[in-house]
Ligand binder design. Structure first.
Ligand SMILES: [Zn+2]
Ligand SMILES: [Zn+2]
Length: 488
């Protein structure tokens, strides 16, 4: 009996030793083996990835779905200190389109050091990013095959939901930090094909950030992808081709610069300040910070031009409008174009019951944007859902009653966006526009087209009321063209 008992214990032990790991663990084990082995991955201290590529222009292209605008990236260098949770991207970006900051190459340094995100300007000035940006950059550290598999191998990581899709094996990973990721590996090569994590985007709500890996190469006993492509939702934001990859090189000093490390955390947008100036009877300039609005009084209702930036700004502007004319309902908001900084307050405006007036090309996108889930960071519309009322504008639309006449015109053919409209007040000879002429801006790549639109439409303008900058006489717009002629 004693002998038989020992034998039974031996059999059970052997059975445990040979039992295959659960499928979620098997996927990680296979990925680790394909990349160079568990021990090799755990030994990695730093990664330095150098190359070139492009950045997309998410939310700022000619239309929401356009992909013609990009920044060409040169001198791209992504350095990751794997164990210290520090990373930095250095790159020079050059716009392939008429950019408001000008055509010259622009050096960028974008970093994260633990909880602190930071940017370093070309002049060396470091600033702290918002906590939300820092969180996204922390997640980005694990958007690489080596770092995500290393994190999944950690004893405190939780693996779940193993599945197969399109010839790939997929597993969810909760890292020791608490961040969650989805990893997919190729069913044949077992090499990671993509990492996905969810984040909040003020305009798009809950979005997947998906990084895809291709063109694996042998580097210092590891397989590393030479092509890394990143999407936010369905929009490609980065496409990088690596020409030099170094494992365990001296990563340099990746600590957050002192100016950023000592700055107060930025937990959200700054409080809104809204000033009100009546620039003609029934027309108020609602300014105060970087993005302005204009309030228009009709006989029995009010219309707002622009709900910019975010909930904070838009709700403050709406509150100011109600304070100025408490007896009249604020019923409409005119959107100048789809760009995220100009449409970021539309969801808040819809939550306040305002109907949206916008160029026809924006209607499908705004319909989608108003119904997208915002569960990660619930915004005003998520907390107070309302049905979208939307009116498209083609070439022009006149809104008129006994008290006010305002015509909304498409700004046709402008290189800034295909979705632009301007508001014209014929009696007051006022023109409201966004981005195509920002007084005092060093570059005016869109002003010639604005003038063309004004001439073609035979508008008589005395004052230009910009969404950025101060109100100026029409002559200031004309000067942008003589200045261009002088300097060219
Ligand atoms: Zn714009
Ligand atoms: Zn703008």
């Amino acid at each position: 009996m004693r002998h038989a008992g020992s034998f039974a214990v031996f059999v059970v032990t052997a059975a445990i030793g040979c039992a295959p790991p659960p499928p979620e663990q098997q996927t990680i084990n296979d990925a680790a083996a394909a990349l160079g082995g568990r021990d090799r991955i755990l030994a990695v201290k730093t990664l330095v990835l150098e190359g070139e590529g492009t950045n997309g222009n998410l939310g700022q292209d000619m239309t929401m779905d356009a992909t013609s605008q990009a920044f060409a990236l040169s001198g791209y260098k992504r350095t990751i200190d794997v164990a210290a949770s520090r990373a930095r991207i250095e790159q020079t970006r050059t716009p392939n389109f008429a950019y408001f900051q000008g055509p010259q190459p622009q050096r960028q340094i974008l970093g994260v050091d633990g909880d602190i995100g930071y940017n370093v300007a070309p002049n060396g000035t470091a600033t702290r990013t918002s906590n939300a940006v820092a969180k996204d950059r922390r997640a980005e550290i694990l958007h690489h095959p080596v770092t995500i598999v290393r994190a999944a191998l950690d004893a405190s990581a939780k693996l779940s939901n193993p599945r197969e899709a399109n010839g790939q094996r997929v597993v969810d990973i909760t890292a020791s930090s608490g961040q969650t990721f989805t990893l997919a590996i190729d069913g044949t090569t077992k090499l990671p094909t993509r990492v996905v994590s969810m984040t909040d985007n003020a305009n798009l709500g809950d979005v997947a950030i998906e990084t895809s890996f291709a063109d694996y190469q042998d580097v210092s006993g590891l397989k590393l992808p030479a092509r890394i492509t990143t999407k936010t939702d369905k929009y490609t934001t980065a496409d990088i081709r690596l020409t030099k990859q170094t494992v365990d090189a001296d990563a340099g000093d990746l600590a957050a610069p002192a100016a950023a490390a000592s700055a107060a955390p930025i937990t959200g947008p700054p409080p809104a300040t809204v000033t009100a100036e009546e620039i003609a009877k029934g027309i108020w300039f609602l300014a105060g910070q970087s993005h302005h609005s204009v309030l228009v009084e009709f006989a029995d209702h009010l219309t707002l031009i622009e709900a910019p930036q975010n909930d904070t700004r838009a709700l403050a502007v709406i509150a100011k409008a109600k304070e100025l004319r408490p007896g009249k309902p604020l019923t409409h908001v005119v959107n100048t174009h789809h760009h995220f900084d100009h449409s970021g307050g539309l969801r808040a405006a819809v939550s306040e019951g305002l109907a949206v007036v916008t160029h026809d090309l924006n209607v499908p996108f705004f319909k989608e944007a108003m119904t997208r889930p915002h569960t990660i960071v619930p915004d005003a519309l998520a907390r107070n859902p309302k049905e979208l009322k939307i009116e498209g504008v083609g070439e022009e639309k006149t809104l008129q009653d006994a008290a006010m006449t305002m015509t909304i015109y498409h700004i046709a053919g402008n290189p800034h966006a295909d979705t632009l409209v301007m508001a014209y007040f014929p009696k007051e000879r006022i023109l409201v526009e966004a981005d195509v002429f920002s007084p005092a801006s060093a570059f005016q790549p869109y002003a010639a087209n604005l003038l063309e639109n004004i001439t073609t439409r035979k508008l008589k303008v005395d004052r230009v009321v910009p969404i950025h900058g101060t109100i100026v006489p029409f002559g200031e717009l004309l000067k942008t063209q003589t200045q261009t002629k002088t300097t060219s």
